[in-house]
Design a protein around this ligand. Structure first.
Ligand SMILES: Cc1cc2nc3c(=O)[nH]c(=O)nc-3n(C[C@H](O)[C@H](O)[C@H](O)COP(=O)(O)OP(=O)(O)OC[C@H]3O[C@@H](n4cnc5c(N)ncnc54)[C@H](O)[C@@H]3O)c2cc1C
Ligand code: FES
Length: 254
């Protein structure tokens, strides 16, 4: 159920100067969250950052009443969220949006870049419960931009590409050797920059593999009212905040 809830900053895990994991805790229960859901986070004590910021839910712990987010600091809001004092109050609206489809697939590929890797922990957890074999393919500029691989390796095989070749194979994710002519997956999930997701969708379509992409369009209201997040689909424009963020790529007019 969608809820507005006050949490407190419990812990920061610094991944590098711009990337961090923020864990928030609550005195009350944390809602059930599905893989792909996101939260709209109010930025505390920053009146000029008026709109809440959409951030994917990385993980929840129902025993400890915690929720966590992987955040890349790109502007005022995401920088402020990384500098709060422990115990500061953070108000969030969650869980928002739809979620990835899980259909007892045998063998799936999860392709992520940048902050797009965030929904993959909850997704991998659900897939593991279905005994699905998981391959992660993570793309980054350089070795220092590759995060969460230890966490991913608990769920499956982790493949890396970096643009400068400092870690894993050199090149873009779509140039990885996993995409040979004989590659075969039941389903591909992707989240990250639009050009990456479009290239992944193209490969999936060519091989007749079902592919879902989680879009990160800019958002304002987060509740389907302002229409600033719309994406064109074969069924007309759809709001990414309420009808997404996850879309079957065959639906998208890319
Ligand atoms: C459904 C959804 C899930 C997301 N999940 C995550 C996540 O898990 N972790 C994470 O770090 N970020 C995530 N984002 C992106 C995040 O919402 C933006 O980075 C954030 O709103 C920027 O706020 P800001 O105040 O720091 O930056 P601003 O000052 O608002 O903007 C700074 C720069 O970031 C760019 N920017 C702003 N919003 C976006 C966006 N949505 N996508 C790409 N560039 C943007 C602006 O063009 C500008 O160049 C998600 C976005 C969506 C829509
Ligand atoms: S953000 Fe306003 S309609 Fe989606």
């Amino acid at each position: 159920m969608k809820r507005v809830q006050d949490f407190r900053v419990k812990h920061y895990r610094r991944l590098n100067s711009d990337n961090y994991i923020l864990t928030l805790s609550s005195d009350s229960d944390v809602e059930i969250v599905k893989p792909g859901n996101f939260a709209e986070i109010k930025i505390p004590d920053t009146p000029d950052v008026f709109l809440r910021r959409p951030i994917s839910i990385l993980d929840v712990d129902h025993n400890a009443n915690t929720i966590s987010f992987y955040i890349k600091a790109v502007g005022k809001g995401t920088r402020k969220l990384g500098t709060l004092a422990i115990n500061s109050v953070v108000n969030i609206v969650y869980p928002l949006g739809n979620s990835f489809t899980i259909n007892k697939q045998k063998n799936v590929l999860l392709v992520g870049g940048g902050s797009g890797i965030a929904p993959f922990i909850l997704l991998a957890n659900k897939l593991k419960n279905e005994n699905t074999a998981i391959t992660f393919l993570i793309g980054a500029r350089s070795k220092g931009d590759v995060f969460l691989t230890d966490e991913f390796s608990k769920y499956g095989n982790v493949l890396i590409t970096t643009e400068d070749g400092s870690f894993g194979e050199k090149g873009l994710v779509t140039q990885h050797s996993v995409f040979t002519d004989s590659f075969n997956f039941d389903h591909i999930y992707t989240c990250g920059p639009d050009p990456m997701m479009k290239a992944v969708a193209k490969i999936a379509n060519k091989k007749y593999i079902n592919c879902e992409a989680s879009l990160e369009n800019m958002m304002a209201c987060g509740i389907g009212a302002c229409l600033c997040c719309v994406t064109p689909t074969i069924a007309g424009n759809k709001c990414v905040c309420t009808e997404g963020p996850v879309f079957n790529t065959k639906e998208l007019k890319w």
